[in-house]
Design a protein around this ligand. Sequence first.
Ligand SMILES: NC(=O)c1ccc[n+]([C@@H]2O[C@H](COP(=O)([O-])OP(=O)(O)OC[C@H]3O[C@@H](n4cnc5c(N)ncnc54)[C@H](OP(=O)(O)O)[C@@H]3O)[C@@H](O)[C@H]2O)c1
Length: 259
Amino acid sequence: METGVLSGQVAVITGASGGLGAHFARVLAKAGASVALTARRLDMVEAVAGEIAGAGGRAMALKLDVADAQAIGPAFDEIEAGLGPISILVNNAGVGGEGLALDLTVEDWDRTFDVNVRGVFFSAQQAAKRMIASGVAEAGAARIVNIASIASHTVLPGLSAYCASKASVAMLTKSLAREWARRGIAVNAICPGYIETDINSDWFKTEGGLKQMKGFPRRRLMGAEDLDASLLMLCGPATRAITGTVITIDDGQSLPGGG
Ligand SMILES: NC(=O)c1ccc[n+]([C@@H]2O[C@H](COP(=O)([O-])OP(=O)(O)OC[C@H]3O[C@@H](n4cnc5c(N)ncnc54)[C@H](OP(=O)(O)O)[C@@H]3O)[C@@H](O)[C@H]2O)c1
C-alpha cells in the first residue's frame, strides 16, 4: 500500500465509522495515503483502521464529534503527532435530517446544521490552519473534499433541512476555495446520488423508497465505488488547477423527468 498516487500524504476522514466514510478511508489507504479515521463510535473506526493496517496500510482511529467545534483542533493535533502533517481532509460526516417542514423542531434543525454545516466549516478551518503552518499548502499538496449531495441542488421531498444544509456545503466549498486559492489549498465537493448506507437503508425498504428508486433514470441505487475515481482525482496531484468545483456523481438521479 506504500506506493500509490497518494503515497506520503496524510488524510483525515470524518464520519469514517461506516458507510461512505469507511469506504473512502479504504480507497485512500489503498492509494498509499496514511489515513486517520474519525467518528463518534470509536470501536467502529478502530475496526476499520485495524482492517486497513492488516492489509498493509497506515491508519489510526480517533473519537471525534464534529458538532463539537472545540474538539476538532485537538483531534487534528493528535493525528499530526501520530501520522505527520495533514494534507487531505475528506469532510464526510453527515446526518440525514429527515422530517416534514411542518413538523421539524428547532432541535432537529440545529442537529442537521451542527453536523452537516458547522462541522464541515470548522473541520476545514482547523485542517487549513495546519496545512498552512506545516508548509503542505505552500507545496501545493493540500486538498479538502467536502461530501455534499444531490440535495445541494435538487429538492428531495421531506428533507428541507438536509437540502438546505447540503446547499450550504456546496457554497462553503466555493467560498473557501476562493479564500484559500492563493494559500495553495484546493477545496472541492462531490455531490453523490443515493447509495444505500445506514443513512437511508430504512427508507429504501419502504414502498415509497422502492417507488423512488424505480423513478431514477437507471432504476437503481449507486455503489460507493462509483465515487472512487473522483475522490482520488480530487485528493491527488491532478487537482493542481481544480478548486471550487462541485461535481455531481449521481447515475443521472437528479436529471429531470426520471422514470
Ligand atoms: N448514502 C447516500 O445516499 C448519500 C448521498 C449523498 C450524500 N451523502 C453524504 O455522505 C456522507 C456519509 O453518509 P453515509 O451515507 O455514509 O451515511 P452513514 O452510513 O449514516 O454514515 C454517516 C457517518 O457520519 C458519522 N457522523 C454522524 N454524525 C457525526 C458527528 N456528529 N460527528 C462525527 N461523525 C458523525 C457517523 O459516525 P458516528 O455515528 O460513529 O459518529 C457515520 O460514520 C454524509 O455527509 C451524507 O450526507 C450520502
